[in-house]
Every structure is written in structure tokens, then in C-alpha cells.
Design a protein around this ligand. Sequence first.
Ligand code: NAP
Length: 309
Amino acid sequence: MALKLGLVGIGKIARDQHIPALAADPRFELVATASRNARVDGVACFASVEAMLAEVPELDAISICTPPQAHFEAAVAGLRAGKHVMLEKPPAATTRQIALLQAEAAQQGRTLFQTWHSRFAAGVDAARDWLRGRTLTGGTITWKEDVHHWHPGQQWIFDAGGLGVFDPGINALSVLTEVLAEDAVVHKAVLEFPENQQAPIAAQLDLRTPTGVSVQAAFDFRQKGEQTWDIELLTTTGSLRLSQGGGVLEIDGRPVAADAALAGEYPRLYARFAELCAMGRSEVDWRPFQLVADAFLVGERRIVAPHQV
Ligand code: NAP
């Protein structure tokens, strides 16, 4: 029997990825939505999560794709109503919220799938496998995109808790934490805040492994022309390059995987969610979010030109 699912926060990612992925997956049936303004044809629509949970008690699961500032309350409501919960990235507004959600899922005996869609990109598994047993000597991350093109009108990204350029940048950190054999920590960071906004428009991170190997990350929302979502990692026995957000992998210049940015990621996310629900397990890894929080903790703050959304 298909899992009856309620989708929370009907915006760009819900329409571009979640709804098509759900429509193509017989393990799910989209039966309701909760969104303050938006509606989806052919589905029962509610203005709040609480109303949806009260009116559609047969729901098995909810999937939350609001901005991170609204994740915690929706996820708590879902878990306390006995539903499995899938959470978009970034997982929450604060690190403590994720810890509490994990504990709540365990207490309720429900699945919490705290997703990182970029980890499901075509090249990531092969990159992780290739790096095992190799010695890292350095790396660079270049994550530069035009915020006006990819996030039109989304003021929440620049509000407090919206993470600014870390909204895409955390995708790179989710891939890095997945593929590296040894965790890196934030050694230094510089965050560039537009003078009229609460979240950074650009950031540079100096990440270091415990043995001092450096991975330099440059995130920028002001990129015009070519858009770049690349990770390059060097080892004593060769190098790899992940581009297109993880969809394309080259090892020592030879192609290993080739897919467009975001291609196949959401169908694979929902397949994993179905598996986790069937197994009665949760999957939570907040290391990428901790790196972002740490960049805010130790980062040097620079004020730059104002930015209009
Ligand atoms: P979006 O277009 O702004 O849609 C989010 C929707 O959530 C809004 O349309 C809004 O619908 C609802 N919402 C509920 N509480 C809100 C609040 N406090 N502030 C603003 N909207 C609120 O954003 P999105 O691009 O879909 O991104 C949503 C999440 O998906 C983010 O966490 C983002 O990182 C993630 N994501 C986005 C992309 C992408 O390419 N855009 C890719 C991967 C992941 P109502 O007004 O109807 O309530």
C-alpha cells in the first residue's frame, strides 16, 4: 500500500522536484498539502500543518519543503501526530532544533529523514568510494550562482535564519562531509553581509582536517554568466572533480559519471524515504549544518553593497 503523504510549503522546490518525484513513485500517494497561500490541483489543500493533520488523519507521512525557519514547528507537529517526516535542507533554523527532532522521532517511533539532496547526485557515491584508502592533500570548493535567477523574490534567504549564500553552499558541505574519510572543521571564515540584509551574500571558508589538510571554499550569490557548483579534491595518488553539484564526476581527468544538476536526486530521495519508513529507521546527519553554524561563530564579518531581492 502506498504511503499517504502531505506536502508542506508549496513553493519552487515543491513544484519543480517534490510533486513530479511523488507522481512517478508508486510507493507514495500525495493526498494533501499545507501552505499558507499556494494550492495544488486535485489534492486537499490546507493553510496550516495543524489543519492538515486534523482533517486528514489517514496521512502516513509529511514532507516539509518550507524555508528552514519554519521546519521545526511543522516537524514536531507531524511527529507528535504519529507521522513519518521528511525534511528539506537546510534542516532547521538552529542546531538544537535538529537534536530535539531526532529525539522526538525516536520517542514517537517514527522515521525522521533529514535530507541532503546533493548527496544523491550521480557522482557522489563513486567519489566517496574512490577517496577511501587515499591520502587527501588539499581541495577547493567553488559554489557560485546568481541568486536573482535561482531564488527569485525569496526574501527569506536574506532574513535571519535564512542562511544567505549558505542555502546553496550547504549542499557543497553535505557532499564534502559525505565523501571525505576524515571530517574537516572550520578553521577560518569570512562572511560578506549586504548592508541591508541579515544573511551573507558571499563567504569564504578555510576548512581543515585534524591533520591540517586544507579545503578552501568560495560561495558567492553574485555570479553572472557561468554558474559553478564544483568540488576538486587532490590526493597523493590522483585527483577528482565533482561538478554540476555532484552530477558530473571526473577522476584524473577521466569521466566517471555525467548528469545534470539535480537530475534524479529527488526520485532517489523519496526511494530512500520509503525504505527508511519500511525499516522503521531515521537518518539524520547535521554535520553540514554545524559547519555553517561554526562559520557564523568564528567568521570575520564584512559589510558589502546593499542587495535587493
Ligand atoms: P520558496 O519558493 O520560497 O517556497 C517555499 C514556500 O514555503 C513558500 O512559497 C511558502 O508558501 C511556504 N512558507 C512557509 N513558511 C514560510 C516562511 N516563513 N517564509 C517563506 N515561505 C514560507 O522556496 P524554495 O526554493 O521552494 O525553497 C524551500 C526549501 O527547499 C529551502 O529550504 C531550500 O533550501 C530548499 N531547496 C530549494 C531548492 C531550489 O532550487 N529552489 C533546491 C533544493 C532545496 P506559502 O506562502 O503558500 O505558505
